[in-house]
Write a protein that binds this ligand. Structure first.
Ligand SMILES: [Zn+2]
Length: 629
Protein backbone atom coordinates (compact mmCIF):
# COMPACT_ATOMS: atom_id res chain seq x y z
CA UNK A 1 0.00 0.00 0.00
CA UNK A 2 2.75 2.39 1.07
CA UNK A 3 4.65 1.46 -2.07
CA UNK A 4 1.59 2.26 -4.20
CA UNK A 5 1.20 5.69 -2.57
CA UNK A 6 4.90 6.33 -3.01
CA UNK A 7 4.66 5.40 -6.69
CA UNK A 8 1.62 7.60 -7.14
CA UNK A 9 3.42 10.56 -5.56
CA UNK A 10 6.46 9.85 -7.71
CA UNK A 11 4.32 9.77 -10.82
CA UNK A 12 2.65 13.06 -9.95
CA UNK A 13 6.05 14.62 -9.24
CA UNK A 14 7.43 13.36 -12.53
CA UNK A 15 4.41 14.69 -14.36
CA UNK A 16 4.94 18.11 -12.84
CA UNK A 17 8.60 18.08 -13.68
CA UNK A 18 8.23 17.00 -17.28
CA UNK A 19 5.23 19.21 -17.97
CA UNK A 20 6.11 22.88 -18.01
CA UNK A 21 2.63 24.19 -17.34
CA UNK A 22 0.75 24.79 -14.13
CA UNK A 23 -1.38 21.74 -13.42
CA UNK A 24 -4.36 23.93 -12.50
CA UNK A 25 -4.37 25.82 -15.79
CA UNK A 26 -7.07 24.75 -18.20
CA UNK A 27 -5.23 24.82 -21.52
CA UNK A 28 -6.32 23.70 -24.96
CA UNK A 29 -6.06 20.02 -25.81
CA UNK A 30 -5.18 20.22 -29.49
CA UNK A 31 -2.69 23.08 -29.75
CA UNK A 32 -0.50 25.41 -27.72
CA UNK A 33 -0.90 29.15 -27.56
CA UNK A 34 1.99 31.62 -27.45
CA UNK A 35 2.19 35.39 -27.18
CA UNK A 36 4.98 37.39 -28.79
CA UNK A 37 6.33 40.49 -27.02
CA UNK A 38 8.36 43.01 -29.03
CA UNK A 39 11.57 44.54 -27.69
CA UNK A 40 9.62 47.75 -27.03
CA UNK A 41 7.34 45.98 -24.55
CA UNK A 42 9.98 43.61 -23.16
CA UNK A 43 12.02 46.70 -22.32
CA UNK A 44 9.01 48.01 -20.41
CA UNK A 45 8.75 44.74 -18.44
CA UNK A 46 11.38 45.97 -16.01
CA UNK A 47 8.34 47.57 -14.40
CA UNK A 48 7.01 44.32 -12.93
CA UNK A 49 3.89 45.99 -11.58
CA UNK A 50 2.94 47.15 -15.06
CA UNK A 51 3.79 43.70 -16.42
CA UNK A 52 1.56 42.00 -13.87
CA UNK A 53 -1.40 44.26 -14.66
CA UNK A 54 -1.15 43.67 -18.40
CA UNK A 55 -0.39 39.97 -18.08
CA UNK A 56 -3.33 39.36 -15.74
CA UNK A 57 -5.59 41.02 -18.27
CA UNK A 58 -4.30 38.98 -21.24
CA UNK A 59 -3.95 35.61 -19.52
CA UNK A 60 -7.37 35.88 -17.90
CA UNK A 61 -8.97 36.04 -21.33
CA UNK A 62 -6.89 33.50 -23.24
CA UNK A 63 -4.81 30.60 -21.91
CA UNK A 64 -1.16 31.10 -22.80
CA UNK A 65 1.45 28.33 -22.72
CA UNK A 66 4.48 30.28 -23.90
CA UNK A 67 5.79 33.78 -24.41
CA UNK A 68 8.42 34.91 -26.88
CA UNK A 69 10.49 37.70 -25.33
CA UNK A 70 12.12 39.74 -28.06
CA UNK A 71 15.62 41.00 -27.31
CA UNK A 72 16.11 43.23 -30.36
CA UNK A 73 14.15 45.33 -32.86
CA UNK A 74 14.97 48.66 -34.47
CA UNK A 75 18.37 48.83 -32.71
CA UNK A 76 16.72 48.51 -29.31
CA UNK A 77 18.52 45.86 -27.28
CA UNK A 78 16.80 44.93 -24.03
CA UNK A 79 19.05 44.78 -20.95
CA UNK A 80 20.22 41.51 -19.37
CA UNK A 81 18.52 42.28 -16.08
CA UNK A 82 15.14 43.06 -17.66
CA UNK A 83 15.21 39.85 -19.70
CA UNK A 84 16.08 37.75 -16.66
CA UNK A 85 13.40 39.45 -14.53
CA UNK A 86 10.79 38.87 -17.24
CA UNK A 87 11.85 35.22 -17.64
CA UNK A 88 11.46 34.71 -13.89
CA UNK A 89 8.06 36.44 -13.88
CA UNK A 90 6.71 34.01 -16.47
CA UNK A 91 8.43 30.98 -14.97
CA UNK A 92 6.64 31.70 -11.71
CA UNK A 93 3.38 31.52 -13.62
CA UNK A 94 4.16 28.28 -15.45
CA UNK A 95 4.57 29.99 -18.81
CA UNK A 96 7.46 28.83 -21.00
CA UNK A 97 9.76 31.47 -22.44
CA UNK A 98 11.71 31.67 -25.69
CA UNK A 99 13.71 34.46 -27.26
CA UNK A 100 12.77 36.50 -30.29
CA UNK A 101 14.88 38.61 -32.63
CA UNK A 102 13.71 41.10 -35.20
CA UNK A 103 16.53 42.10 -37.53
CA UNK A 104 15.33 45.57 -38.46
CA UNK A 105 17.21 48.82 -38.31
CA UNK A 106 13.97 50.79 -38.50
CA UNK A 107 10.71 48.95 -39.07
CA UNK A 108 8.83 52.22 -39.61
CA UNK A 109 11.13 53.16 -42.52
CA UNK A 110 9.49 50.71 -44.96
CA UNK A 111 10.98 47.77 -43.09
CA UNK A 112 14.62 48.90 -43.24
CA UNK A 113 16.73 45.80 -42.72
CA UNK A 114 20.40 45.46 -41.88
CA UNK A 115 22.95 45.56 -44.70
CA UNK A 116 24.61 42.18 -45.00
CA UNK A 117 27.46 43.65 -47.08
CA UNK A 118 28.40 46.07 -44.31
CA UNK A 119 30.98 44.64 -41.83
CA UNK A 120 29.69 46.83 -38.97
CA UNK A 121 26.13 45.65 -39.50
CA UNK A 122 27.29 42.04 -39.63
CA UNK A 123 29.16 42.48 -36.35
CA UNK A 124 26.08 43.98 -34.75
CA UNK A 125 23.85 41.08 -35.91
CA UNK A 126 26.30 38.54 -34.51
CA UNK A 127 26.32 40.36 -31.18
CA UNK A 128 22.51 40.41 -31.01
CA UNK A 129 22.35 36.68 -31.77
CA UNK A 130 25.02 35.78 -29.19
CA UNK A 131 23.34 37.96 -26.58
CA UNK A 132 19.99 36.26 -27.17
CA UNK A 133 21.48 32.74 -27.19
CA UNK A 134 22.97 33.39 -23.76
CA UNK A 135 19.48 33.99 -22.36
CA UNK A 136 17.36 31.41 -24.20
CA UNK A 137 17.41 27.78 -25.38
CA UNK A 138 14.98 28.63 -28.15
CA UNK A 139 15.09 31.64 -30.44
CA UNK A 140 12.66 32.65 -33.17
CA UNK A 141 13.55 35.12 -35.92
CA UNK A 142 10.58 37.34 -36.73
CA UNK A 143 9.72 38.02 -40.41
CA UNK A 144 12.72 40.21 -41.14
CA UNK A 145 15.66 37.89 -41.83
CA UNK A 146 15.74 39.20 -45.39
CA UNK A 147 17.47 42.14 -47.03
CA UNK A 148 16.06 45.06 -48.96
CA UNK A 149 19.36 46.95 -48.96
CA UNK A 150 20.54 48.56 -52.21
CA UNK A 151 23.36 50.64 -50.79
CA UNK A 152 26.55 51.18 -52.85
CA UNK A 153 28.24 48.30 -50.97
CA UNK A 154 25.44 45.89 -51.96
CA UNK A 155 25.36 47.17 -55.55
CA UNK A 156 29.10 46.52 -55.82
CA UNK A 157 28.85 43.08 -54.19
CA UNK A 158 25.97 42.08 -56.49
CA UNK A 159 28.09 42.57 -59.62
CA UNK A 160 26.50 40.94 -62.65
CA UNK A 161 24.13 38.69 -60.72
CA UNK A 162 20.41 39.40 -60.45
CA UNK A 163 19.23 40.81 -57.14
CA UNK A 164 17.51 37.48 -56.53
CA UNK A 165 20.68 35.44 -57.07
CA UNK A 166 22.79 37.84 -55.03
CA UNK A 167 20.42 38.04 -52.08
CA UNK A 168 19.67 34.31 -51.98
CA UNK A 169 23.37 33.56 -51.80
CA UNK A 170 24.15 36.37 -49.36
CA UNK A 171 21.34 35.51 -46.92
CA UNK A 172 21.90 31.75 -47.02
CA UNK A 173 25.50 32.34 -46.03
CA UNK A 174 24.44 34.89 -43.40
CA UNK A 175 22.09 32.32 -41.86
CA UNK A 176 25.06 30.09 -41.19
CA UNK A 177 27.73 32.70 -40.38
CA UNK A 178 25.72 35.29 -38.44
CA UNK A 179 22.86 33.33 -36.90
CA UNK A 180 23.24 29.57 -36.54
CA UNK A 181 26.98 29.17 -35.87
CA UNK A 182 27.38 32.10 -33.43
CA UNK A 183 24.25 31.10 -31.47
CA UNK A 184 25.27 27.43 -31.16
CA UNK A 185 28.78 28.40 -30.13
CA UNK A 186 27.42 30.41 -27.20
CA UNK A 187 24.68 27.92 -26.35
CA UNK A 188 25.00 24.43 -27.93
CA UNK A 189 21.47 23.57 -26.75
CA UNK A 190 19.80 26.47 -28.54
CA UNK A 191 17.07 25.72 -31.05
CA UNK A 192 16.77 28.34 -33.77
CA UNK A 193 13.50 28.80 -35.62
CA UNK A 194 13.03 30.97 -38.68
CA UNK A 195 9.60 32.49 -39.04
CA UNK A 196 8.56 33.23 -42.59
CA UNK A 197 6.03 35.91 -43.45
CA UNK A 198 2.91 35.58 -45.60
CA UNK A 199 4.35 36.87 -48.93
CA UNK A 200 5.87 33.49 -49.92
CA UNK A 201 5.61 34.11 -53.66
CA UNK A 202 8.23 36.87 -53.50
CA UNK A 203 10.68 35.53 -50.91
CA UNK A 204 13.59 34.73 -53.21
CA UNK A 205 13.92 38.32 -54.40
CA UNK A 206 14.64 39.44 -50.81
CA UNK A 207 16.88 36.50 -49.92
CA UNK A 208 14.61 34.02 -48.10
CA UNK A 209 15.80 30.64 -49.38
CA UNK A 210 13.04 28.03 -49.04
CA UNK A 211 15.20 25.42 -50.72
CA UNK A 212 18.09 25.50 -48.23
CA UNK A 213 17.07 27.31 -45.05
CA UNK A 214 14.39 24.93 -43.73
CA UNK A 215 17.07 22.21 -43.49
CA UNK A 216 19.61 24.58 -41.91
CA UNK A 217 17.37 25.84 -39.12
CA UNK A 218 16.02 23.67 -36.31
CA UNK A 219 12.49 24.71 -37.13
CA UNK A 220 10.38 27.00 -39.26
CA UNK A 221 7.25 28.99 -38.39
CA UNK A 222 4.47 30.47 -40.51
CA UNK A 223 2.97 33.93 -40.77
CA UNK A 224 -0.72 33.18 -41.31
CA UNK A 225 -2.15 36.68 -41.07
CA UNK A 226 -4.10 37.59 -44.22
CA UNK A 227 -6.01 40.66 -43.01
CA UNK A 228 -8.59 42.07 -45.43
CA UNK A 229 -8.08 41.25 -49.14
CA UNK A 230 -10.45 44.03 -50.21
CA UNK A 231 -8.53 46.76 -48.34
CA UNK A 232 -5.36 48.46 -49.61
CA UNK A 233 -2.25 46.46 -48.81
CA UNK A 234 -1.18 42.95 -49.69
CA UNK A 235 -4.54 41.63 -51.00
CA UNK A 236 -3.96 38.21 -49.51
CA UNK A 237 -6.95 35.90 -49.75
CA UNK A 238 -8.45 34.55 -46.54
CA UNK A 239 -7.73 30.96 -47.58
CA UNK A 240 -3.99 31.64 -47.38
CA UNK A 241 -4.18 31.55 -43.56
CA UNK A 242 -4.75 27.81 -44.01
CA UNK A 243 -2.77 27.09 -47.18
CA UNK A 244 0.48 28.85 -46.31
CA UNK A 245 0.81 26.71 -43.18
CA UNK A 246 0.29 23.55 -45.23
CA UNK A 247 2.82 24.70 -47.85
CA UNK A 248 5.51 25.42 -45.26
CA UNK A 249 4.76 22.13 -43.50
CA UNK A 250 5.56 20.46 -46.84
CA UNK A 251 8.94 22.29 -46.88
CA UNK A 252 9.95 20.74 -43.55
CA UNK A 253 7.51 17.95 -42.59
CA UNK A 254 7.05 17.90 -38.83
CA UNK A 255 9.26 20.98 -38.50
CA UNK A 256 6.72 23.76 -38.95
CA UNK A 257 6.23 24.88 -35.35
CA UNK A 258 3.11 26.98 -35.70
CA UNK A 259 1.14 29.81 -37.23
CA UNK A 260 1.27 33.47 -36.27
CA UNK A 261 -1.50 36.05 -36.44
CA UNK A 262 -1.58 39.75 -35.58
CA UNK A 263 -4.56 42.08 -35.21
CA UNK A 264 -3.45 44.42 -38.00
CA UNK A 265 -5.58 45.26 -41.03
CA UNK A 266 -8.75 43.51 -39.91
CA UNK A 267 -11.73 45.64 -40.83
CA UNK A 268 -14.11 43.60 -38.67
CA UNK A 269 -13.42 41.48 -35.61
CA UNK A 270 -14.71 38.21 -37.13
CA UNK A 271 -11.78 38.50 -39.58
CA UNK A 272 -9.36 38.22 -36.67
CA UNK A 273 -11.06 35.06 -35.42
CA UNK A 274 -11.17 33.62 -38.96
CA UNK A 275 -7.39 33.94 -39.30
CA UNK A 276 -6.92 32.12 -36.01
CA UNK A 277 -9.23 29.21 -36.78
CA UNK A 278 -7.95 28.85 -40.38
CA UNK A 279 -4.44 28.47 -38.95
CA UNK A 280 -5.73 25.71 -36.68
CA UNK A 281 -7.74 24.04 -39.49
CA UNK A 282 -4.29 23.58 -41.10
CA UNK A 283 -3.30 21.62 -37.96
CA UNK A 284 -0.73 24.08 -36.63
CA UNK A 285 0.59 22.65 -33.34
CA UNK A 286 1.03 26.14 -31.87
CA UNK A 287 -0.43 29.54 -32.60
CA UNK A 288 1.35 32.76 -31.74
CA UNK A 289 -0.60 35.90 -30.99
CA UNK A 290 1.25 38.98 -32.12
CA UNK A 291 1.65 40.75 -29.90
CA UNK A 292 1.71 41.68 -26.23
CA UNK A 293 0.79 45.28 -27.11
CA UNK A 294 -1.88 44.51 -29.73
CA UNK A 295 -3.64 42.13 -27.34
CA UNK A 296 -4.47 45.15 -25.21
CA UNK A 297 -6.77 46.52 -27.94
CA UNK A 298 -10.13 47.07 -26.23
CA UNK A 299 -13.26 45.25 -27.44
CA UNK A 300 -16.68 46.81 -27.21
CA UNK A 301 -20.13 46.54 -28.78
CA UNK A 302 -18.79 48.80 -31.54
CA UNK A 303 -17.05 45.61 -32.78
CA UNK A 304 -20.34 43.74 -33.21
CA UNK A 305 -20.63 43.02 -36.96
CA UNK A 306 -23.79 43.51 -39.00
CA UNK A 307 -24.39 39.74 -39.37
CA UNK A 308 -24.11 38.97 -35.64
CA UNK A 309 -27.89 38.53 -35.23
CA UNK A 310 -27.45 35.40 -37.39
CA UNK A 311 -25.21 33.88 -34.68
CA UNK A 312 -22.12 33.17 -36.81
CA UNK A 313 -19.19 30.97 -35.80
CA UNK A 314 -17.55 33.91 -34.09
CA UNK A 315 -20.51 34.67 -31.85
CA UNK A 316 -19.81 38.13 -30.51
CA UNK A 317 -22.46 38.03 -27.76
CA UNK A 318 -21.15 34.70 -26.47
CA UNK A 319 -17.60 36.02 -26.60
CA UNK A 320 -18.53 39.03 -24.48
CA UNK A 321 -20.07 36.90 -21.70
CA UNK A 322 -18.05 36.78 -18.45
CA UNK A 323 -16.14 33.52 -17.95
CA UNK A 324 -15.69 31.79 -14.61
CA UNK A 325 -12.15 30.39 -14.37
CA UNK A 326 -11.22 27.22 -12.48
CA UNK A 327 -9.86 29.23 -9.56
CA UNK A 328 -13.22 30.99 -9.18
CA UNK A 329 -12.23 34.28 -10.80
CA UNK A 330 -14.76 35.81 -13.15
CA UNK A 331 -13.12 37.24 -16.25
CA UNK A 332 -14.78 39.81 -18.46
CA UNK A 333 -14.01 40.47 -22.12
CA UNK A 334 -12.11 43.72 -22.10
CA UNK A 335 -9.60 43.30 -24.92
CA UNK A 336 -9.17 41.38 -28.16
CA UNK A 337 -7.37 38.66 -26.19
CA UNK A 338 -10.86 37.40 -25.35
CA UNK A 339 -11.70 37.09 -29.06
CA UNK A 340 -8.70 34.76 -29.34
CA UNK A 341 -9.63 32.87 -26.16
CA UNK A 342 -13.23 32.39 -27.26
CA UNK A 343 -12.12 31.20 -30.71
CA UNK A 344 -9.65 28.69 -29.25
CA UNK A 345 -12.22 27.27 -26.83
CA UNK A 346 -14.71 26.78 -29.68
CA UNK A 347 -12.27 25.17 -32.11
CA UNK A 348 -10.62 22.98 -29.47
CA UNK A 349 -13.90 21.06 -29.02
CA UNK A 350 -13.64 19.43 -32.46
CA UNK A 351 -10.04 19.79 -33.71
CA UNK A 352 -9.07 16.41 -32.24
CA UNK A 353 -11.66 14.68 -34.41
CA UNK A 354 -10.11 15.84 -37.69
CA UNK A 355 -7.49 13.78 -39.52
CA UNK A 356 -4.67 15.14 -41.67
CA UNK A 357 -5.57 17.86 -44.18
CA UNK A 358 -5.59 16.86 -47.85
CA UNK A 359 -6.05 18.84 -51.06
CA UNK A 360 -5.30 18.95 -54.77
CA UNK A 361 -1.53 19.03 -55.06
CA UNK A 362 -0.07 22.11 -56.70
CA UNK A 363 3.63 22.06 -57.50
CA UNK A 364 5.63 25.20 -56.77
CA UNK A 365 9.34 24.83 -57.60
CA UNK A 366 11.80 26.55 -55.25
CA UNK A 367 12.44 30.26 -55.90
CA UNK A 368 9.53 30.44 -58.36
CA UNK A 369 6.73 32.90 -59.00
CA UNK A 370 4.04 33.57 -61.59
CA UNK A 371 0.27 34.06 -61.32
CA UNK A 372 1.13 35.05 -57.76
CA UNK A 373 -0.88 33.48 -54.92
CA UNK A 374 -3.30 31.90 -57.41
CA UNK A 375 -3.70 28.74 -55.29
CA UNK A 376 -5.21 30.93 -52.56
CA UNK A 377 -7.86 32.19 -55.00
CA UNK A 378 -8.56 28.58 -55.98
CA UNK A 379 -9.13 27.76 -52.33
CA UNK A 380 -11.59 30.64 -52.16
CA UNK A 381 -13.66 29.14 -54.99
CA UNK A 382 -13.96 25.88 -53.10
CA UNK A 383 -11.12 23.80 -54.58
CA UNK A 384 -9.09 22.37 -51.67
CA UNK A 385 -5.42 23.10 -52.33
CA UNK A 386 -2.10 21.79 -51.07
CA UNK A 387 1.12 23.40 -52.35
CA UNK A 388 4.16 21.13 -52.56
CA UNK A 389 7.79 21.89 -53.50
CA UNK A 390 8.19 18.71 -55.58
CA UNK A 391 6.43 17.40 -58.68
CA UNK A 392 3.73 14.97 -57.47
CA UNK A 393 3.38 11.52 -58.99
CA UNK A 394 0.91 10.00 -56.57
CA UNK A 395 -2.47 11.66 -57.02
CA UNK A 396 -4.84 11.33 -59.98
CA UNK A 397 -4.89 15.10 -60.59
CA UNK A 398 -2.43 17.95 -60.07
CA UNK A 399 -2.88 21.68 -60.61
CA UNK A 400 -0.03 23.70 -62.12
CA UNK A 401 0.11 27.48 -62.30
CA UNK A 402 2.61 29.69 -64.11
CA UNK A 403 5.02 29.27 -61.19
CA UNK A 404 5.74 25.71 -62.44
CA UNK A 405 7.61 27.15 -65.45
CA UNK A 406 10.66 27.53 -63.18
CA UNK A 407 11.22 23.78 -63.44
CA UNK A 408 13.21 23.32 -66.69
CA UNK A 409 11.90 19.75 -67.02
CA UNK A 410 8.26 20.61 -66.43
CA UNK A 411 6.96 19.54 -69.87
CA UNK A 412 8.67 16.16 -69.63
CA UNK A 413 7.22 15.64 -66.14
CA UNK A 414 3.72 16.52 -67.34
CA UNK A 415 4.06 14.08 -70.21
CA UNK A 416 5.27 11.28 -67.94
CA UNK A 417 2.26 11.72 -65.71
CA UNK A 418 -0.14 11.56 -68.63
CA UNK A 419 1.63 8.47 -69.97
CA UNK A 420 1.09 6.89 -66.55
CA UNK A 421 -2.65 7.56 -66.74
CA UNK A 422 -2.71 10.54 -64.38
CA UNK A 423 -4.44 13.83 -65.21
CA UNK A 424 -2.92 17.30 -65.18
CA UNK A 425 -4.60 20.70 -65.09
CA UNK A 426 -2.54 23.73 -66.05
CA UNK A 427 -3.56 27.39 -66.12
CA UNK A 428 -3.66 29.67 -69.15
CA UNK A 429 -0.66 31.47 -67.60
CA UNK A 430 1.48 28.33 -67.61
CA UNK A 431 0.29 27.43 -71.11
CA UNK A 432 1.51 30.81 -72.35
CA UNK A 433 4.86 30.39 -70.59
CA UNK A 434 5.39 26.93 -72.13
CA UNK A 435 4.54 27.91 -75.72
CA UNK A 436 7.37 26.79 -77.97
CA UNK A 437 8.93 24.79 -75.13
CA UNK A 438 7.51 21.40 -75.98
CA UNK A 439 3.96 21.65 -74.63
CA UNK A 440 2.87 21.37 -78.31
CA UNK A 441 3.86 17.70 -78.18
CA UNK A 442 0.95 17.18 -75.79
CA UNK A 443 -1.62 19.44 -77.45
CA UNK A 444 -1.30 22.20 -80.04
CA UNK A 445 -2.84 25.38 -78.65
CA UNK A 446 -2.19 29.02 -79.36
CA UNK A 447 -2.21 31.90 -76.96
CA UNK A 448 -1.75 35.53 -77.96
CA UNK A 449 -2.27 38.92 -76.38
CA UNK A 450 -5.90 38.95 -77.56
CA UNK A 451 -8.51 39.26 -74.81
CA UNK A 452 -12.24 38.67 -74.56
CA UNK A 453 -14.74 40.37 -72.27
CA UNK A 454 -17.29 37.72 -71.30
CA UNK A 455 -20.28 37.29 -69.02
CA UNK A 456 -22.01 34.27 -70.59
CA UNK A 457 -20.80 30.76 -69.86
CA UNK A 458 -21.87 27.26 -70.73
CA UNK A 459 -21.08 23.71 -69.76
CA UNK A 460 -22.56 22.48 -73.05
CA UNK A 461 -25.72 20.45 -72.71
CA UNK A 462 -25.51 20.83 -68.94
CA UNK A 463 -26.47 24.46 -68.84
CA UNK A 464 -26.01 28.15 -69.48
CA UNK A 465 -24.96 30.67 -66.85
CA UNK A 466 -24.37 34.38 -66.64
CA UNK A 467 -22.08 36.37 -64.34
CA UNK A 468 -23.15 39.70 -62.91
CA UNK A 469 -20.21 41.55 -64.42
CA UNK A 470 -18.09 40.93 -67.51
CA UNK A 471 -14.74 39.23 -67.01
CA UNK A 472 -11.60 39.88 -69.06
CA UNK A 473 -9.96 36.62 -70.15
CA UNK A 474 -7.11 35.62 -72.47
CA UNK A 475 -8.21 33.95 -75.72
CA UNK A 476 -6.95 30.40 -76.22
CA UNK A 477 -7.19 28.96 -79.74
CA UNK A 478 -7.42 25.21 -80.31
CA UNK A 479 -7.87 22.86 -83.25
CA UNK A 480 -11.44 21.61 -83.70
CA UNK A 481 -11.82 17.94 -82.71
CA UNK A 482 -8.22 17.82 -81.43
CA UNK A 483 -9.15 19.19 -78.00
CA UNK A 484 -12.55 20.04 -76.53
CA UNK A 485 -14.12 22.77 -74.50
CA UNK A 486 -15.54 21.40 -71.25
CA UNK A 487 -16.59 24.90 -70.17
CA UNK A 488 -16.97 27.67 -72.69
CA UNK A 489 -17.48 31.41 -72.55
CA UNK A 490 -19.44 33.34 -75.13
CA UNK A 491 -19.67 36.90 -76.38
CA UNK A 492 -22.07 37.35 -79.27
CA UNK A 493 -21.28 34.91 -82.06
CA UNK A 494 -17.81 34.00 -80.75
CA UNK A 495 -16.56 31.95 -77.83
CA UNK A 496 -13.42 30.81 -75.98
CA UNK A 497 -12.58 27.99 -73.60
CA UNK A 498 -12.68 28.40 -69.84
CA UNK A 499 -11.82 24.74 -69.29
CA UNK A 500 -10.29 22.88 -72.21
CA UNK A 501 -9.69 19.14 -72.28
CA UNK A 502 -7.25 17.16 -74.40
CA UNK A 503 -6.68 13.42 -74.17
CA UNK A 504 -3.11 12.17 -74.17
CA UNK A 505 -2.17 8.50 -73.78
CA UNK A 506 -4.43 7.25 -70.97
CA UNK A 507 -5.15 10.53 -69.26
CA UNK A 508 -6.59 14.02 -69.64
CA UNK A 509 -4.79 17.30 -69.92
CA UNK A 510 -6.91 20.30 -68.91
CA UNK A 511 -6.25 24.00 -69.36
CA UNK A 512 -8.10 26.37 -67.01
CA UNK A 513 -8.41 29.94 -68.26
CA UNK A 514 -7.55 32.40 -65.51
CA UNK A 515 -9.11 35.89 -65.81
CA UNK A 516 -6.62 38.76 -66.13
CA UNK A 517 -7.75 39.80 -62.66
CA UNK A 518 -7.61 36.58 -60.59
CA UNK A 519 -10.28 37.97 -58.24
CA UNK A 520 -12.69 37.68 -61.20
CA UNK A 521 -12.68 33.94 -60.49
CA UNK A 522 -15.12 34.95 -57.74
CA UNK A 523 -17.48 36.32 -60.40
CA UNK A 524 -17.82 32.99 -62.20
CA UNK A 525 -21.38 31.69 -61.90
CA UNK A 526 -22.01 28.89 -59.42
CA UNK A 527 -22.73 26.31 -62.16
CA UNK A 528 -19.33 26.99 -63.71
CA UNK A 529 -17.53 26.81 -60.36
CA UNK A 530 -19.28 23.52 -59.59
CA UNK A 531 -17.94 22.03 -62.81
CA UNK A 532 -14.38 23.25 -62.14
CA UNK A 533 -14.52 21.71 -58.64
CA UNK A 534 -15.83 18.44 -60.03
CA UNK A 535 -13.14 18.10 -62.71
CA UNK A 536 -10.26 19.10 -60.41
CA UNK A 537 -11.12 17.23 -57.25
CA UNK A 538 -13.45 14.49 -58.43
CA UNK A 539 -11.08 11.55 -58.39
CA UNK A 540 -8.80 12.45 -55.47
CA UNK A 541 -11.11 13.91 -52.85
CA UNK A 542 -14.12 12.18 -51.40
CA UNK A 543 -16.00 15.46 -50.96
CA UNK A 544 -16.69 18.51 -53.07
CA UNK A 545 -19.10 21.39 -52.76
CA UNK A 546 -21.64 23.09 -54.98
CA UNK A 547 -21.80 26.69 -53.84
CA UNK A 548 -21.08 30.26 -54.87
CA UNK A 549 -17.51 31.57 -54.70
CA UNK A 550 -15.98 32.53 -51.35
CA UNK A 551 -17.07 29.24 -49.84
CA UNK A 552 -14.10 27.01 -49.00
CA UNK A 553 -13.83 23.31 -48.32
CA UNK A 554 -11.26 21.72 -46.02
CA UNK A 555 -10.96 17.95 -46.37
CA UNK A 556 -9.24 15.57 -43.92
CA UNK A 557 -8.06 12.03 -44.50
CA UNK A 558 -10.47 10.48 -41.97
CA UNK A 559 -13.69 11.40 -43.83
CA UNK A 560 -14.16 14.61 -41.89
CA UNK A 561 -14.42 18.00 -43.57
CA UNK A 562 -15.19 21.65 -42.93
CA UNK A 563 -17.28 23.97 -45.09
CA UNK A 564 -16.56 27.64 -44.48
CA UNK A 565 -18.32 30.66 -45.94
CA UNK A 566 -16.60 34.05 -46.20
CA UNK A 567 -19.85 35.59 -47.44
CA UNK A 568 -21.79 38.12 -45.35
CA UNK A 569 -25.09 36.26 -45.80
CA UNK A 570 -26.50 32.80 -45.11
CA UNK A 571 -25.60 30.36 -47.90
CA UNK A 572 -26.99 27.00 -48.99
CA UNK A 573 -24.15 24.63 -49.83
CA UNK A 574 -24.62 21.25 -51.42
CA UNK A 575 -21.98 18.79 -50.31
CA UNK A 576 -21.37 15.98 -52.80
CA UNK A 577 -19.82 12.87 -51.29
CA UNK A 578 -18.30 9.79 -52.87
CA UNK A 579 -19.86 6.32 -52.94
CA UNK A 580 -20.87 4.78 -49.63
CA UNK A 581 -21.65 7.98 -47.77
CA UNK A 582 -25.32 8.08 -46.79
CA UNK A 583 -25.29 10.58 -43.93
CA UNK A 584 -23.02 13.21 -42.41
CA UNK A 585 -22.91 14.38 -38.79
CA UNK A 586 -22.29 17.97 -37.71
CA UNK A 587 -19.50 17.61 -35.13
CA UNK A 588 -20.55 20.77 -33.26
CA UNK A 589 -24.30 20.16 -32.94
CA UNK A 590 -24.41 16.36 -33.49
CA UNK A 591 -27.14 16.95 -36.08
CA UNK A 592 -27.30 14.08 -38.60
CA UNK A 593 -28.01 15.05 -42.19
CA UNK A 594 -29.18 12.35 -44.59
CA UNK A 595 -28.51 12.38 -48.29
CA UNK A 596 -31.32 14.15 -50.14
CA UNK A 597 -30.39 13.17 -53.67
CA UNK A 598 -28.04 11.26 -55.90
CA UNK A 599 -25.65 12.70 -58.41
CA UNK A 600 -23.26 11.40 -60.98
CA UNK A 601 -20.19 13.14 -62.33
CA UNK A 602 -19.87 12.80 -66.07
CA UNK A 603 -16.39 13.67 -67.24
CA UNK A 604 -15.02 12.48 -70.58
CA UNK A 605 -12.49 9.71 -70.04
CA UNK A 606 -13.60 8.96 -66.48
CA UNK A 607 -15.87 6.27 -65.04
CA UNK A 608 -19.31 7.56 -64.08
CA UNK A 609 -19.56 7.36 -60.31
CA UNK A 610 -22.73 7.52 -58.21
CA UNK A 611 -22.48 10.19 -55.51
CA UNK A 612 -24.79 11.47 -52.81
CA UNK A 613 -25.73 15.07 -52.11
CA UNK A 614 -26.36 16.83 -48.79
CA UNK A 615 -27.82 20.30 -48.42
CA UNK A 616 -26.35 22.30 -45.57
CA UNK A 617 -26.94 25.88 -44.54
CA UNK A 618 -23.87 27.90 -43.59
CA UNK A 619 -24.25 31.16 -41.67
CA UNK A 620 -22.39 34.32 -42.68
CA UNK A 621 -18.62 34.22 -42.01
CA UNK A 622 -19.09 30.79 -40.49
CA UNK A 623 -17.95 27.21 -40.79
CA UNK A 624 -19.55 23.84 -40.21
CA UNK A 625 -17.59 20.70 -39.33
CA UNK A 626 -18.77 17.29 -40.51
CA UNK A 627 -17.91 13.65 -40.22
CA UNK A 628 -19.16 11.29 -42.93
CA UNK A 629 -20.84 8.23 -41.48
ZN1 LIG B 1 23.82 47.25 -48.34
Amino acid sequence: MKKAIYLAILCITLTLVSFDYYPGNEHYKNFKVAVYARAYEVRQMKDLKWLKTVWDQISGQVDVDKIYLETHRDLILVSDSTIEAAKQFFKNRGVRTAGGITLTVNEMNRFETFCYSNPEHRKKIREIVEFTARHFDEIILDDFFFTDCKCPLCIKAKGNQTWTQFRLDQMTKAARELIIDPAKKVNPKVKIVIKYPNWYEHFQALGFNLEKEPAMFDGIYTGTETRDPDAPGQHLQQYESYLVFRYFENLKPGGNGGGWVDTGGMTYIDRYAEQLWLTLFAKAPEITLFDFRQLQRPVSYMDRSAWQDMKPSFNFDEMMKPVRKEDGRVVRATTIARAAGYTFETVDRFMGKLGNPVGILSYKPFQSYGEDFLQDYMGMIGVPMNIVPYFPDSTKMIFLTETAKFDPDIVKKIENRLMNGKDVTITSGLLKALQGKGIEDIVELQTSDRKALVKDFSTGWRGFYQSEKSILIPQIQYFTNDSWEDITSLDGAAGWPILLQARYANASFFVLTIPDNPADLYRLPQGILNRIRDVLSGEDLKFRIEAPSKVSLFVYDNDSFIVESFLPEETIVRVVAGPGVTSITDLQTQEVINSNDRAASRIWGRKVEEKSGFNVIVRPHSYRVFQAD
